[in-house]
Design a binder for this molecule. Structure first.
Ligand SMILES: *[C@@H]1O[C@H](CO)[C@@H](O)[C@H](O)[C@H]1NC(C)=O
Ligand SMILES: *[C@@H]1O[C@H](CO)[C@@H](O)[C@H](O)[C@H]1NC(C)=O
Ligand SMILES: *[C@@H]1O[C@H](CO)[C@@H](O)[C@H](O)[C@H]1NC(C)=O
Ligand SMILES: *[C@@H]1O[C@H](CO)[C@@H](O)[C@H](O)[C@H]1NC(C)=O
Length: 424
């Protein structure tokens, strides 16, 4: 623990211990990094019946709806170069498979994003590298229907449904929604979509289409004023808040972002415990993944992560300590949502600055899946071994296995797996 050193103090001072802040810790050398990022700029996911640009879509986005654009590739290359400069002294100069592990969701745009990012991070994968020296870097994935880590079983999870219903039936939510009925009715008329009484995600998709078109130089229809875009953004924030925020944000997180948070902690613990040379895990995913992770960390603040936004976990050993024990490790968080400035340092609520790992675990425990299983189906989850350091990974694997076995029995359509309608 961070305050272990205090045990050498005189007994009188020990009585003051509870009053002493365990902070600040002197940050020592980096031992492990986890980064989770959103894919780069992409084509809109959909069009709408009255879309004046339906014909233009194929010209502007020849690869099709939802695909990464050239701009998206460039954003990821830039993010990879940023990671190279930040971890120049930490990572080996070239990719080593035992040092870096990369996983992506099984979408073209996230797989391509991971590859573009790695081309920025590793010189041998860089564009323009002489052919004889050029090497691509491997990216791991699992089929969309089996991905329990980066996409979440929200639609197919009865408990998550209950939690969501509780949020959407709350007075605040209903009041906000009623305030937007006229707006949505008008939007139905101009878009030709059914929106009133439908999931708010549909309204978000309209916003997404408009933003993508605007970003690629297509003029918006006259009804799509800045005010309309702002209202759509507010509606989308209400929807996201219901998915990752209160009420019962921690319980929602156990079914979504807490699973990934747990995996990151388990990736670190396992590497430490087994003395593995693993230094970095990279997860290439979606804004829904980042939002769920922010929800699990208590850090969702109403902003949707932009393209190539990156949330980083930096594990450091406390200075002057040769001990490998997790108790002497801190976690610092950063959020890079703007490539023009330094990444924002973030603090876990209740643990300002670099957070001692044990405290980080303690504070995030309510948001991570319990050791006895992810409570997707109430109390019927099979028990898994208690999570101490080594079994932690085994526990997580067992939980995920239990989940996939349990849920595999349901006929999953891709739409059933989607995080509020699908990762974007
Ligand atoms: C919108 O409303 C106008 C007049 O009320 C109507 O003529 C038009 O067909 C409507 N458009 C759509 C797409 O429903
Ligand atoms: C990290 O954790 C995830 C989830 O448990 C697992 O699938 C992955 O193999 C782990 N990666 C490493 C390098 O340990
Ligand atoms: C942490 O470091 C101290 C020395 O700085 C050491 O005595 C202790 O055993 C280490 N482990 C824990 C869990 O505190
Ligand atoms: C980045 O995130 C911070 C904190 O959430 C927010 O205040 C800021 O507006 C965001 N910037 C961009 C460009 O999204």
């Amino acid at each position: 623990m961070a305050w272990t050193g205090f045990w050498g103090l005189p007994a009188g001072l020990l009585l003051l211990l509870p009053l002493l802040q365990p902070q600040p810790l002197t940050e020592g050398p980096l031992v492990f990094v986890a980064v989770v990022f959103r894919h780069g700029d992409r084509a809109p996911l959909a069009s709408y019946p009255t879309d004046p640009h339906k014909e233009a879509i194929a010209a502007v986005w020849p690869r099709g709806l939802g695909q990464l654009t050239g701009e998206g590739v460039r954003q990821q290359l830039e993010l990879g170069r940023f990671l190279r400069s930040r971890y120049e002294a930490f990572l080996s100069p070239e990719y080593r498979r035992e040092e870096v592990y990369v996983r992506s969701t099984d979408f073209d745009r996230t797989l391509e994003s991971a590859q573009a990012n790695l081309a920025g991070l590793f010189p041998e994968a860089a564009p323009g590298r002489p052919e004889a020296a050029w090497r691509p870097i491997p990216v791991h994935t699992v089929p969309i229907t089996e991905d329990k880590l980066l996409r979440f079983p929200m639609r197919s999870c009865p408990r998550y449904h209950e939690l969501l219903r509780e949020a959407t039936e709350a007075a605040e939510y209903q009041t906000a929604l009623e305030g937007w009925t006229d707006f949505l009715t008008h939007l139905e008329n101009v878009t030709g979509l059914l929106l009133v009484g439908e999931p708010l995600r549909r309204a978000w998709k309209v916003l997404d289409t408009l933003i993508c078109q605007q970003a690629h130089g297509l003029p918006l229809p006259s009804w799509a004023s800045p005010k309309v875009l702002r209202t759509l953004a507010q509606i989308s924030a209400l929807d996201i808040g219901a998915h990752v925020g209160p009420p019962r944000a921690a319980e929602k997180a156990q079914l979504t972002g807490g699973i990934l948070l747990d995996a990151i902690l388990a990736n670190f613990s396992r590497a430490q415990h087994l003395g593995l040379p693993l230094k970095m895990v990279m997860y290439s995913a979606h804004d829904s993944t980042l939002l769920a992770l922010q929800g699990a960390l208590g850090l969702y603040d109403g902003h949707t992560p932009p393209y190539a936004a990156c949330l980083g976990f930096e594990f450091r050993r406390c200075l002057g300590d040769p001990d490998e024990d997790a108790g002497n490790v801190t976690i610092s968080l950063f959020y890079r949502n703007d490539s023009t400035g330094l990444p924002l340092p973030l603090s876990l609520p209740g643990c300002p600055g670099a957070c001692p790992l044990a405290r980080f675990r303690q504070l995030t425990a309510p948001a991570r899946p319990p050791a006895h299983g992810v409570p997707c189906h109430g109390s019927h989850e099979p028990a898994t071994p208690a999570a101490t350091v080594v079994p932690l990974l085994a526990g997580a694997v067992a939980v995920l296995t239990a989940l996939s076995v349990g849920l595999g029995l349901l006929a999953w359509r891709p739409s059933c797996l989607r995080a509020w309608g699908g990762p974007v």
